[in-house]
Design a protein around this ligand. Structure first.
Ligand SMILES: O=C(O)CCC(=O)C(=O)O
Length: 284
């Protein structure tokens, strides 16, 4: 499904965008059900909390951003259940991480018009640490996402550095210390997208996104997959199946979408390839 150029770009840069992976009809069905899920079940919040807000937002915006996050749209809609097994999506993931693939999570990140929340620089690894690198997050765009809508930005090649210490704690979403990692200090590239495009990125790739300042919604859904041989470690280790930490971890994330889950004689925690992020105090 992917070209060799796509695959090389993913391994070199830590991300690759595939245009039009979902047809207009597929995107329309998914967006229609997502709008209904948001209207019936969604709750508006200000978005991720934490001390990073002081560094990323003007005072008047700090408490006024808007977000709708929602886990497990497959709990509400059959098209969202089926999308986990979407043939072209899974085929792309196989091209990136191999033929044994386990679905891990599906989460909506919707930025409402005008003050749709930003996300600070972070890796996704500390949200769901696993004992290997083959974990790919797929950002499926349900709306056009021009730069000014708060499009994804990535730091090319950053996945090669492995896990970095994040600011962790009960009052913050994991994020990189803004004194060192901030869009003004670290170069990143915008990855604007159209409806139906999917941006694939490694869970080690540093990324962030700005406020949605347009008058339209920017709905994107992240679907995470990893190699079936990988297991949760650290903060994800003891609790892989229930929502935890600001509802960020998914549950029942055992669905095999390609290949087979090998039986492991013993835990691979600490095995070759294991990576761990040490916490940084939220006050830093
Ligand atoms: O949706 C976005 O703009 C950013 C999403 C993000 O940071 C993530 O999926 O980890």
């Amino acid at each position: 499904m992917l070209t060799q150029q796509h695959i090389d770009a993913y391994h070199r840069d830590g991300y690759v965008k595939v245009e039009g992976l979902f047809s207009t009809a597929e995107s329309t069905d998914l967006a229609t059900d997502m709008v209904r899920i948001i209207e019936e079940w969604g709750e508006e919040t200000i978005g991720w909390k934490g001390p990073w807000r002081d560094r990323y937002l003007q005072e008047e915006d700090r408490l006024n951003t808007k977000a709708v996050f929602l886990h497990r749209p497959d709990f509400y809609s059959d098209v969202w259940s089926r999308v986990i097994h979407h043939e072209r999506l899974v085929s792309c993931v196989r091209d990136l991480i191999g033929d044994s693939v386990q679905w891990h999570h599906t989460v909506l990140h919707a930025k409402p018009p005008e003050k749709g929340t930003p996300f600070p620089m972070h890796q996704d690894y500390p949200f769901y640490p696993h004992d290997g690198p083959d974990f790919v997050d797929c950002l499926l765009h349900l709306d056009d996402a021009p730069v000014e809508s708060g499009a994804l930005h990535v730091v090319p090649g950053s996945h090669k550095g492995g896990a970095i210490d994040h600011v962790l704690g009960p009052d913050t979403a994991p994020h990189l210390p803004p004194d060192t990692y901030h869009p003004e200090k670290i170069e990143s590239v915008a990855v604007p997208a159209k409806t139906g495009d999917v941006t694939f990125f490694s869970y080690m790739t540093i990324h962030w996104s700005d406020v949605n300042r347009t008058d339209r919604w920017r709905k994107a859904v992240r679907i995470g997959y990893h190699d079936t041989a990988m297991c949760p470690v650290g903060r994800a280790e003891h609790d892989p199946h229930r929502i935890d930490y600001d509802n960020i971890l998914p549950r029942n994330n055992n669905v095999i979408v390609s290949g087979f889950r090998p039986k492991r004689e013993e835990s691979r925690v600490g095995a070759v390839g294991s990576v761990q992020a040490k916490p940084v105090a939220a006050s830093e």
